[in-house]
Design a protein around this ligand. Structure first.
Ligand SMILES: [Zn+2]
Length: 351
């Protein structure tokens, strides 16, 4: 008998120009007039886009309130969820980069509200995925959530985001080269469920951006569009798999460890990119190719460019395996000891 597998997908994804100016119209196509929308956003994005979004929504008969999002930790998400549970609203709209989107997704799930994802940078694939990543005290928490009902991506907004954010999105996608290898390994060694279609879809998003590395690096409209489509399809791969497996393996464990350990943490996708160089080496793959792709796009390839210390890289490699013990990867059950971690980082020119 084939086991039951259900797939939740976003209802509609719109990528185009001038989406933010007409956001009310887009929301009206999915939701009824008169609904109230709570917007979760960061301080910079608030200054830049909030009034435009509010006016457009009010114009179409929605009522709008907002909250400025803080740090995406488990404790903060819970207290914010508690705080807004007293407010009356029907739809939670995440407007911003990773933090606003993740928090909005989490709270929407907690309070059983509809969720709209409106990313203002192409920095990671959480903009479409049905998973939310929050920082806990000693480890990362990735919780299943519902995928966004509606995803609205304004290419012009993404183009005007700091280049560093979009380059980080490239790093997050390059990670699929090793996450898929880790998934296959877990399937072969641990009998874990593996879905070839979802794996291929994730891998395709990495290959697609690889062939557009130059365009993405210079931030051309074509390059950014490809980057966005690849981020969306990586998120959809997670929806299909019903797990973050296709998009998150050992390179992500390293990235999460570095984000926790480092005094001056890099962007998520930047850390994933460097993690992918090192995990490709462990998998016996062409790590230089990954390094060259990251260099082409202008992403960090070593400790110095990440703005972290060599010791932080080594300690993050050692810690990686304990970030998510249930996720079997090339790091095995015990991970790397200090000597092996140092050798790995040195051999791949990360330190
Ligand atoms: Zn990621």
């Amino acid at each position: 008998m084939i086991s039951k597998h259900s797939i939740d997908l976003p209802q509609r994804i719109i990528i185009g120009e001038d989406i933010l100016d007409n956001i009310g119209e887009q929301v009206l196509q999915i939701f009824n007039k008169g609904k109230s929308v709570l917007i979760l956003t960061g301080p910079n994005v608030y200054n830049k886009y909030f009034n435009k979004v509010k006016e457009s929504l009010e114009d179409k008969g929605f009522s709008v309130s907002y909250k400025i999002a803080g740090s995406p930790t488990v404790d903060y998400a819970l207290s914010l969820s508690e705080e807004v549970s007293k407010d009356r609203f029907d739809i939670l709209l995440g407007l911003g980069g990773g933090r606003s989107i993740d928090l909005a997704k989490y709270i929407a799930m907690n309070l059983e509200k509809n969720f709209i994802s409106v990313p203002t940078a192409a920095s990671h694939d959480g903009i479409t995925s049905p998973f939310v990543t929050l920082r806990g005290f000693d480890r990362f928490h990735s919780k299943p959530a519902k995928p966004p009902k509606l995803i609205l991506i304004d290419v012009n907004v993404i183009l005007s985001a700091p280049r560093r954010y979009n380059v980080a999105g490239f790093g997050d996608l390059i990670g699929k080269y090793t996450s898929v290898l880790d998934w296959r390994l877990a399937h072969k060694l641990k009998g874990e469920y593996y879905a070839d279609y979802a794996a291929s879809l994730a891998l395709m998003s990495a290959r697609h951006v690889s062939s557009y590395a130059k365009e993405i690096g210079v931030g051309s409209k074509d390059g950014i569009r490809v980057l966005l489509e690849a981020l969306v399809s990586s998120g959809v791969a997670m929806c299909i798999a019903g797990s973050s497996r296709p998009a998150s393996g050992s390179e992500h464990l390293f990235a999460h460890a570095l984000e926790m350990i480092s005094k001056n943490p890099p962007l998520h996708g930047e850390a994933v990119g460097v993690g992918t160089i090192m995990m490709s080496y462990l998998h016996g793959k062409d790590w230089k190719k990954i390094r060259n792709l990251l260099k082409t796009v202008g992403a960090p390839v070593n400790a110095k460019e990440l703005g972290v210390s060599e010791e932080e890289i080594i300690q993050s490699l050692v810690k990686s395996v304990s970030i998510r013990p249930e996720r079997y990867t090339i790091l095995g059950e015990t991970g790397l000891n200090e000597k092996a971690a140092e050798d790995l980082a040195k051999n791949t020119l990360v330190i």
